[in-house]
Design a protein around this ligand. Structure first.
Ligand SMILES: NC(=O)c1ccc[n+]([C@@H]2O[C@H](COP(=O)([O-])OP(=O)(O)OC[C@H]3O[C@@H](n4cnc5c(N)ncnc54)[C@H](OP(=O)(O)O)[C@@H]3O)[C@@H](O)[C@H]2O)c1
Length: 342
C-alpha cells in the first residue's frame, strides 16, 4: 500500500511517499480503507520530532486525522459493519471519561503510525462511525480540530446559551469553536491577523471581530465587546490558542469566574502572565488535549442534528502532502487543509 511517511531521519526533507505491505485485520481489529485525511498544526512539528522521545521510531506514517470505509473485520471485532465510514480517534484507546497517562499514550501520527496510508488497522473502541451527510473530506476534519473544540466548549467548558466565547485565529480548532459556540446559543468574538478572514468569520456567525495585529493589546477591547453582548463583566470563555503571546490579553478579556481553555501555543509555550488576574478573579485555567470516543460521538450527534459542516479551506491529492503542509505553514488558510485519497 501507499503511505506518506517520515522515512529515515527527522526532517521535512525525509518526508517521502513509500510502499508497505497491505495490512490484514487481526483479532478484534477493523481495517479502514482510507478515503481522506486532514492536516493540523501539530503535523508541521512531527517531521522535526517536535513531540520528543515519546514519538514512534522511524519510519512514521504522517497525520492524525482521516476517515475510511470498514473493509475487513478481524475475528471478534464487534460493533462495526463492512461498508460503514469510520474515523480513527487520535488517541487510540481513550474511550470515555477524564484523560490519564494510559489514555493519552497512543496518538496517531506521533506515538503510532497515522492516517496517510491506504489502509489503517484499529479497533472498534478506538474509532467511531461518522454522520452520512458529511463528505469524506469534511468527516476527516473531526477527530482532532473538531473534537478539541467540542471538548473545550462542551465537556470541560459547559458553555451555555447567552455566554460569550472568544476564539483566537481562523484555523481548524478556532472555526470549529466558533461554529460550536453558535450551535450552543452563545455569542462568539473572533480574533484574526487578517481583515478578510474576519469578514468571512462574520459570515459564519461571529458576533464581534478584532484584528490582533492592528491591536496587540486587545484584552480590554474584547472585554468591552463581551460586556455589550452579555451584560457581564467580560467573556465567559476564551479558546486560548496563542499561549505566551496571548495569555495576558485573554486574562484581561475574561470575566471573574470565567474559563480559559488552554489548547495551543502558537505564540510561545512559556507561562508569562500576571497570575493575580487568575487568583483574585477565580479564573479557571483548563488544559485541553483533544477528547474521548464518547465526546466524539456526542459531537457527531449534535452536528448531524444541525447539519453543521466543517469549514474546508483547500483539498490536495495524496501525493501533494508537502504542498498541503506548506500551505498550512503559510497561515493563509481559513479552516481546514485536507487530503482527498481519490
Ligand atoms: N491541545 C490539543 O489537543 C490541541 C488540538 C489541536 C490543536 N492544538 C493546538 O492549537 C493550535 C491551533 O491548531 P490548529 O491546527 O487549529 O492550527 P491552524 O489551523 O494552523 O490555525 C492557526 C491559525 O491561528 C492563528 N494564529 C497564528 N499565530 C497566532 C498567534 N500567535 N496568536 C493568535 N492566533 C494565531 C492564525 O489565524 P489568523 O490567520 O486568522 O490570524 C492561524 O491561521 C496549535 O498550537 C495546535 O498545536 C492543540
Amino acid at each position: 500500500m501507499r503511505t506518506y511517511q517520515v522515512e529515515s531521519e527527522w526532517s521535512m526533507d525525509h518526508l517521502k511517499l513509500a510502499q508497505r505491505p497491505e495490512p490484514q485485520a487481526g483479532t478484534g481489529q477493523i481495517r479502514l480503507a482510507m478515503r481522506a485525511a486532514a492536516l493540523n498544526y501539530r503535523d508541521l512539528l512531527v517531521p522535526q520530532k517536535g513531540y520528543g522521545s515519546r514519538m514512534q521510531d522511524l519510519p512514521l506514517v504522517m497525520l492524525s486525522d482521516g476517515v475510511g470505509v470498514v473493509d475487513q473485520l478481524g475475528t471478534g471485532a464487534r460493533g462495526a459493519s463492512l461498508g460503514e465510514r469510520w474515523c480513527p480517534m487520535l488517541f487510540q484507546g481513550w474511550q470515555a471519561g477524564a484523560p490519564d497517562a494510559q489514555k493519552l499514550s497512543r496518538g496517531l501520527g506521533c506515538e503510532t503510525d497515522g492516517t496517510m496510508a491506504e489502509w489503517l488497522l484499529t479497533d472498534p473502541l478506538s474509532a467511531a462511525p461518522v454522520p452520512a451527510y458529511l463528505t469524506d473530506v469534511e468527516a476527516a476534519c473531526l477527530p482532532t480540530a473538531g473534537l478539541t473544540a467540542w471538548r473545550a466548549l462542551v465537556t470541560d467548558g459547559n458553555v451555555k446559551p447567552g455566554d460569550v466565547v472568544v476564539v483566537q485565529g481562523t484555523g481548524g480548532v478556532a472555526l470549529f469553536a466558533l461554529q460550536f459556540a453558535k450551535l450552543l446559543g452563545a455569542s462568539a468574538i473572533v480574533l484574526s491577523s487578517s481583515d478578510d478572514k474576519l469578514a468571512k468569520a462574520q459570515a459564519l456567525g461571529a458576533d464581534g471581530v478584532l484584528n490582533y495585529v492592528k491591536e496587540p493589546a486587545w484584552g480590554r477591547t474584547v472585554k468591552a465587546m463581551a460586556q455589550r453582548l452579555s451584560g457581564r463583566d467580560g467573556a465567559d470563555h476564551v479558546v486560548e490558542l496563542g499561549g505566551t503571546s496571548t495569555l495576558e490579553q485573554s486574562l484581561r478579556a475574561v470575566r471573574a469566574g470565567g474559563t480559559l481553555s488552554l489548547i495551543g501555543v502558537l505564540g510561545g509555550a512559556k507561562l508569562d502572565a500576571p497570575l493575580g488576574l487568575v487568583v483574585t478573579r477565580a479564573v479557571r485555567l483548563q488544559g485541553v488535549t483533544v477528547g474521548s470516543r464518547d465526546d466524539f460521538m456526542a459531537m457527531c450527534s449534535a452536528m448531524a442534528h444541525s447539519q453543521m459542516r466543517p469549514v474546508v479551506d483547500s483539498v490536495y491529492p495524496f501525493e501533494a502532502l508537502k504542498d498541503a503542509l506548506a500551505h498550512l505553514q503559510s497561515g493563509k488558510h481559513f479552516g481546514k487543509v485536507c487530503i482527498d485519497f481519490d
